[in-house]
Design a protein around this ligand. Sequence first.
Ligand SMILES: *Cc1c(COP(=O)(O)O)cnc(C)c1O
Length: 234
Amino acid sequence: MSAIPAKLQAVRLAMKAAASRAGRDPDSVRLLAVSKTKPAADVLEAALAGQRDFGENYVQEGVDKIAALGPLLPPGCSLVWHFIGPLQSNKTRPVAEHFDWVHSIDRLKVAQRLSGQRPAHLAPLQVCVQVNVSGEASKSGCAPAEVADLCRAVAALPRLRLRGLMTIPAPVDDFESQRRPLRQLRLLQADLVAQGLALDTLSMGMSHDLEAAIFEGSTLVRVGTAIFGARNTI
Ligand SMILES: *Cc1c(COP(=O)(O)O)cnc(C)c1O
């Protein structure tokens, strides 16, 4: 019993409720369904319930799933695939060839390779720079002090389109502690916009801190567990 459509609906309602409490337009927050470790059948179920954006963390798993979904989708239904996991520079090619977005750019070398490998017939790869705002949460992400330089360099790459910033804060329970690193990301982004970078995406908020993220201005929440249930082991 998966009940994916019901959980998807519940997440959408929670997002709407948070947006209205925060005084924001509910349509200004996009839902990315994180399907890592879940089979293509689960993605299909969510897609048939209207979900279009999906996030994957592991290169091979993601590429296999994208290929598996192709023939299963009804005509006219095309999905948007986001790569959100750590990306090694020797694994960039399949990501450049098969994904629409990458949220986890944390160094220039990876961005340069993605730009060089993005096929000419595809739209530019939409990217976010991942920032390690709280400093201790994960080893991934560039330091806040390095964000501006990295963003400027990424924005200049021909086959990438820089859309904004992404973060994965340390998991905490209380609302105010959740908001702190998310606010930091929002302020960093506002600073970059003031410096002339055209950024429209704040990729922040997961199953446990979706509401705090929407209060702090998230435009894209990445939700796995609340839609697909606990992760499978792969
Ligand atoms: C797994 C993952 C998510 C989803 O996390 P949940 O807690 O299951 O909602 C979001 N973002 C990233 C980068 C992830 O790796």
